[in-house]
Design a protein. Sequence first.
Length: 131
Amino acid sequence: MPSFHYLARDQFGVLKAGSVESDGREAALAQLDDEGFFLFEIFEIEEERRREERRREERRREERRREDRRKDEQRKQDQRRQDRRTQDRRMQDRRMQDRKMEEQRTVFGLADRVLTACQDFDVEGPELSHG
């Protein structure tokens, strides 16, 4: 025999909640009406279990969605950090290349000055190769 939960007011207007066993929904309604209850809601207990299970499942889905969003945000942050590191490395590499080029220009510039000075004094300078 199915059980039904109900929410109703009695003849004095007092809110009552409870359950009743009956052969079916109509019989449960008739039984509660005979007791003088004004019903707001009635549902089968099994239906309530299914409803509660649906609520739990929805909460689980929402929790999974939140967790997925959190993981996505974490992946995005990790990717941004990685991008910044890569950009920093590239900037360091460019600076190193610029320093090397400046050093080469300085060395070759000094070598050219030495050769020019040697030529000005008619002195043979050291063999320098540019390359």
